[in-house]
Ligand binder design. Structure first.
Ligand code: GLU
Length: 378
């Protein structure tokens, strides 16, 4: 049996599944919702719930649904108009989800997130908690990007990335991207008759060149963003399937182990929270450490980073932020969450942990980064 066949079997045991739904499935045209698709999606979620599978939905479609209500002039107006369109379309989107769920005797919950929410550790923990409570209650979380307040605006492919971050944060067993295509092809099947379907992508397979130009105006992400998000997901040890949401019983078939869509085989599972740290967040600064500290982090499994090994602090960060740990040549050794701000680390660097209270005037952690919050990457 190949690894991919094994994995298809493993997928049938998934208990927590994140499903990302693209705009082209949710909306038929500006302002027009595809109620048939939503009913089918929700019906399948219900069947999965009955089998003990928890499902979380990341949905696009707000911008597209809202855009039809703006004047022609506004519609051509770029970012502000897209953020406004999202504000108009989001309640409509939720209204339809709510109706479809109610028809199946289920309840949904809306969560609007920005990338910044997921990058701030305390907010991320709150979000994770909320989602866990909802899932525990059998309620279906329906997540979209909070486009109207996002400082990055309505970013291309943001929901693909958001889905990957949510899947990693919740340690989901499987992430599914539903779009209007069967999966990954070696080119754009709509314009290239020679484009071949790719059933399995294994770690290390070079597939990014297949994505160029695949996508459309109303599906912001396109294949390129999907592949970036897929990379993050498999790096976190989570399998991913890209499949055509228009195909009958598609979710159920994936969960029944059928070989539909493109399956991305994950890297060997590593503790996902740590991996999530390494992939999802943008480090706020760097700590340069000496050779002895590098050795300790690399060789002694489970070492924390102590102030004595730090030779320089770069950037400005606060306690709890993600920082890069680099050697004296600037090579990355790892990433982790710091217990002290950049000013505090600068004050205690090179010193013994027992001197911390005297230097800082308060008792603090012995470690600058505790091993539980550290991932060695290099
Ligand atoms: N959040 C956007 C929407 O609801 C879509 C962004 C995306 O598809 O990545 O319309």
């Amino acid at each position: 049996m190949t690894a991919a066949t094994d994995l298809r079997k493993q997928v049938t045991e998934a208990k927590l599944v994140v499903v990302k739904v693209g705009t082209r499935l949710v909306a038929r045209g500006p302002g027009e919702l595809n109620a048939e698709f939503l009913a089918s999606l929700v019906g399948q979620i219900k069947r999965l719930q009955e089998r003990g599978v928890q499902v979380l939905v990341i949905t696009s479609g707000a911008v597209h649904l809202g855009a039809g209500h703006l004047s022609k002039r506004s519609q051509q107006g770029g970012l502000g108009a897209r953020q406004a369109a999202a504000a108009i379309g989001q309640p409509t989107l939720m209204h339809y989800y709510g109706g479809a769920l109610a028809d199946e005797g289920m309840v949904g919950a809306q969560i609007l997130l920005t990338t910044e929410d997921m990058q701030d550790r305390s907010r991320y923990l709150r979000v994770r908690n909320t989602l866990q409570v909802l899932l525990g209650e059998g309620i279906v979380p329906i997540i979209n990007e909070n486009d109207s307040v996002s400082v990055e605006g309505v970013t291309f492919g943001e929901n693909d990335r958001l889905a990957a971050v949510v899947a990693a944060a919740l340690r989901a067993d499987l992430l599914i991207f539903l779009s209007d295509q069967r999966g990954l092809f070696t080119g754009d099947p709509r314009s290239d008759p020679d484009a071949e379907f790719v059933p399995v992508v294994r770690p290390g397979d070079e597939v990014s060149q297949y994505a160029a130009g695949v996508g459309g105006a109303e599906s912001l992400g396109g294949m390129e963003k999907k592949l970036e998000a897929a990379q993050m997901t498999v790096d976190c040890g989570i399998p991913l399937v890209i499949a055509d949401g228009g195909e009958e019983r598609i979710l159920l078939r994936i969960l029944e182990g059928e070989e539909v869509g493109t399956l991305f085989v994950p890297r060997e599972a590593r503790p996902s929270r740590k991996l999530w740290l390494a992939t999802a967040l943008e480090p706020a600064g760097s700590l340069v450490i000496d050779e002895g500290a590098c050795r300790a982090l690399r060789d002694q499994d489970g070492s924390s980073l102590l102030p004595v090994g730090i030779v320089q602090v770069q950037g400005s960060f606060k306690a709890g932020d993600l920082v890069r740990v680099v050697d004296e040549h600037g090579r990355e050794i790892g990433r982790g969450l710091v217990n002290y701000s950049s000013e505090e680390v600068a004050a205690i660097q090179g010193r013994h942990s027992r001197d911390i209270p005297e230097i800082l005037g308060h008792v603090g952690d012995e470690e600058v980064i505790h091993r539980d919050n550290l991932v060695v990457t290099g």
